[in-house]
Design a binder for this molecule. Structure first.
Ligand SMILES: O=C(O)c1ccccc1NCC(=O)[C@H](O)[C@H](O)COP(=O)(O)O
Length: 222
């Protein structure tokens, strides 16, 4: 089955256009002010317009207040809220009730312990995203361009719908798909020429790599 592909941290019409043309199923906008990918909600709304009905629009927030969420939701009208902070299961339920949107809950992973609380969100979060835990000194909870040990996902129940992120790029995405049960992949730094600067050429290369990974292997000698 083809994986979902989320291109995250978009800031220009050119990058949105290329992501959509190549078949992105999700496009993400970052509402975390310290990020080089931060975008004002009204600008994100304009950029997202061509994606409506073609790709899911994802609002990425980190422990956002209800007022912040209210502004983002009313301006952007996202399809999904990506909760990239320390939101508790109770808080996720409250956000879902208040905004009526599906939630993708992020787990930042370095060791097996980081996955212990997944169970508490099953039946509450609509989807999970397993991302690499930020390295010491980074101010960003995501978008750090580093991977984690994917074998840690081995115990995740097959029924759990998750996307994988963290340092994915054209060179490792095929391995990521082959070695995990991820139903979707999410990339940011791996399609950037500098922090926050998306490269349409790198977006192309990333999709090329996914398509190659997805292509059926031809029988040899016949
Ligand atoms: O990308 C950011 O700057 C960011 C900041 C704060 C919270 C989340 C952020 N990114 C969320 C994403 O979904 C990224 O795509 C994910 O972390 C993977 O990033 P990368 O390792 O750079 O591909």
């Amino acid at each position: 089955m083809k994986p979902d592909i989320k291109i995250c941290g978009l800031k220009t019409p050119e990058a949105v256009d290329r992501a959509l043309k190549r078949g992105a199923t999700h496009i993400g906008f970052i509402f975390f002010e310290k990020s080089p990918r931060y975008i004002e909600p009204d600008l994100a709304a304009k950029l997202a317009e061509p994606a409506r009905g073609k790709a899911k629009i994802v609002a990425v927030v980190v422990d956002a207040t209800n007022d912040e969420l209210d502004e983002i939701v009313s301006l952007l009208k996202p399809d999904i809220l990506q909760l990239h902070g320390n939101e508790s299961p109770e808080h996720v339920l409250t956000i879902k009730a208040l905004f009526g949107l599906p939630v993708m809950k992020v787990f930042s992973v370095r060791t097996a312990d980081d996955l212990k609380r997944v169970e508490a969100y099953v039946g509450i979060a609509d989807r999970f995203l397993f991302d690499a835990k930020a390295p010491k000194g980074s101010e960003l909870p995501g978008g750090n361009g580093i991977s984690f040990d994917w074998s840690l996902l081995g115990w995740i129940d097959e029924s759990i719908d998750y996307m994988l992120s963290g340092g994915l790029n054209k060179n490792n995405v095929a391995d990521a798909l082959a070695n995990t049960k991820a139903r979707g992949i999410d990339v940011s730094s791996g399609v950037e020429s500098a922090p926050g600067v998306k490269s349409v050429a790198m977006i192309d290369e990333f999709f090329d790599a996914v398509e190659t990974a997805d292509a059926p292997v031809m029988a040899s000698g016949s």
